[in-house]
Design a protein around this ligand. Structure first.
Ligand code: NAI
Ligand code: MG
Length: 503
């Protein structure tokens, strides 16, 4: 095996990743090339990464197919579990370095990537613990038959991940897929390819057999598209934009493969006047601005009961003034840049749209480009008040640090506004009334509802969308459903079968 990794030795030198990871080997792209990866804090390349093309996807799918038909799916679950546990431990050891790499590639502040990536080993451990517990059921019928179900791996999985939280969204797919006995071809986002290759190295060291995990960085429109259309791929697990999911569905339709989608949201964060308002504002501000606003679970529509509306708007402005926007590797930084230039442009355009629509810009709204931040994609934490739910800034996913604060009167209006969205990923509500907590959460159309907390996500908590926010659930035991087929077996205890044509 050649060593795929050569670190840049000095300033200005690129960290080089000249190989793809296919069939347990580091290989040069067959029809791709080297692409520079941009550090969004400087706008300059910091790494050079091999991108594969369609031919490389074909090779990777073949390797995954061979590994699936070969040792992996027949390996006892406890052996797969042992390998996953070794991966979890190597991941835990490497996490501090992985956090730095993800910060460089995505711009996310180091205090966030450290906390996030520091927990990822839990996903590998937790799904390892399920790898030998994929039991079916026995179905009682009568003495003449014995009927049971078996859970079998779906086959080769194409995992397509986004740039906002590359390693988290990968863990959500890879851990259950491998536990289930599937093999994987991972295509990371073109903006953030580096950490997936580091993960391949860890998997190899952990003893994941050749072909079980393959990593092919590349662009969505050719490399990703080939993975989606490939007849040898049984299932696509995707996180990203809804419009991309529709293209994926069309391209995958010919092969009738399986799909799971996590497609973001416009999640309501409801604050009732009887809530502990300080705690609610802690949650609502951090959920609007963390990951520089680039998270599917953001509470980007803040619904506030009218009597406390002005107080909450003022508290948002006061918190915004305390957010330290800065270089993402600086320990003091709360919020780094947007992950790439296109996303910065998208956020700034929504800030214009909000003002044109008549929302009141309370604070923020500008690109920050003084001093050290000059060439990066930095933007201020931004607050809009007097937003109505039919404005585009309340309906469309901005993916920038922009909170839209909407007033409401009473429980019914809160629920109506919360559900008046095409999305249905998450929701938060703050109230001091336990009855109201139950009443309102039961009426929310979203895959996860947080009461007096927000963005509480664990390996064990199912996560995914109602409506346009997606198909299927990641995390929790439910995540395994994405990677397993159910086979029903019916065995006659008599072996007798009537002659249909006897009379
Ligand atoms: P995207 O959906 O285009 O990219 C996500 C992944 O899909 C990347 O790996 C990309 O290479 C791949 N991809 C793109 N086209 C493909 C195709 N035809 N076939 C197969 N794979 C393909 O998302 P994009 O354009 O990077 O971000 C745009 C917006 O999407 C953001 O501003 C945000 O609103 C939303 N988004 C939501 C995310 C979430 O967590 N739900 C994550 C990232 C973006
Ligand atoms: Mg795109």
């Amino acid at each position: 095996m050649t060593n795929a990794f050569k670190s840049g030795s000095g300033d200005g030198e690129l960290r080089r990743y000249p190989h793809l990871f296919i069939g347990g080997e580091w290989v040069a792209p067959a029809d791709g090339g080297m692409v520079e990866s941009i550090d969004p804090a400087t706008g300059r390349p910091w790494a050079a990464v091999a991108f594969g093309g369609p031919k490389d996807i074909d090779r990777a799918v073949q390797a995954a197919r061979d590994a699936f038909e070969g040792p992996w799916r027949r390996m006892p679950g406890w052996e797969r579990a042992a390998i996953l546990r070794r991966l979890a431990e190597l991941y835990r050891e490497f996490a501090p370095e992985m956090a730095v790499l993800e910060t460089r590639d995505s711009g996310r502040a180091i205090r966030e990537t450290r906390a996030d990536i520091g927990a990822h080993h839990q996903w590998y451990h937790w799904f390892a613990s399920l790898a030998d517990k994929l039991s079916g059921r026995t179905i009682p019928i009568d003495d003449s038959v014995h009927c049971f179900t078996t859970r079998v791996p779906v086959g080769v999985v194409g995992a397509i991940t986004p740039w906002n939280a590359p390693m988290l969204t990968t863990a959500w797919k890879l851990a259950p897929a491998l536990a289930a006995g599937c093999t994987v071809v991972l295509k990371p986002a073109e903006q953030t390819p580096v950490t997936a290759l580091e993960l391949a190295r860890l998997a190899h060291e952990a003893g994941v057999p050749p072909g079980v995990l393959n990593v092919v960085p590349g662009y969505g429109h050719d490399t990703g598209a080939r993975l989606v259309a490939h007849p040898g791929v049984n299932k696509i697990a995707f996180t990203g934009e809804g419009s991309t999911a529709k293209v994926i569905l069309r391209n995958g339709a010919d092969t009738l493969k399986r799909f799971s989608f996590e497609l973001g949201g416009k999640s309501p964060h409801i604050i009732f006047k009887d809530a502990d308002l300080e705690q609610a504002v802690n949650a609502a501000t951090s959920s609007a601005w963390s990951v520089c606003g680039q998270s599917c679970a953001l509470g980007s529509r803040v619904l506030v009961e009218r009597p406390v509306y002005d107080w909450v708007v003022a508290a948002f402005a006061e918190r915004a003034a305390k957010v330290r926007v800065g270089l993402p590797l600086d320990e003091a930084t709360h919020m780094g840049p947007q992950a790439h230039g296109e996303q910065l442009a998208k956020t700034l355009s929504y800030i214009d749209i909000g003002q044109q629509e008549g929302a009141r810009l309370v604070t923020g709204g500008r690109r920050l480009d003084a001093g050290d931040l000059g060439d990066g994609y930095f933007v201020e934490p931004t607050v809009f008040a007097n937003v109505s739910n039919d404005m585009r800034i309340a309906r469309e996913e901005i993916f920038g640090p922009v909170a839209s604060i909407i007033p409401f009167d009473g429980e019914d209006e809160a629920v109506a506004l919360a559900n008046d969205t095409s999305y249905g990923l998450a929701a938060g509500l703050w109230t001091g009334d336990t009855g109201r907590a139950h009443r309102v959460s039961a009426r929310i159309e979203a895959g996860i509802v947080w009461v007096n907390t927000y963005r509480f996500i664990r390996w064990s908590t199912p996560y995914g969308g109602f409506k346009a926010s997606g198909w299927g659930r990641e995390n929790g035991i439910e995540a395994l459903d994405n990677y397993l087929e159910t086979r029903t077996t019916v065995i006659s205890t008599t072996g007798r079968f009537p002659d249909a044509y006897a009379q």
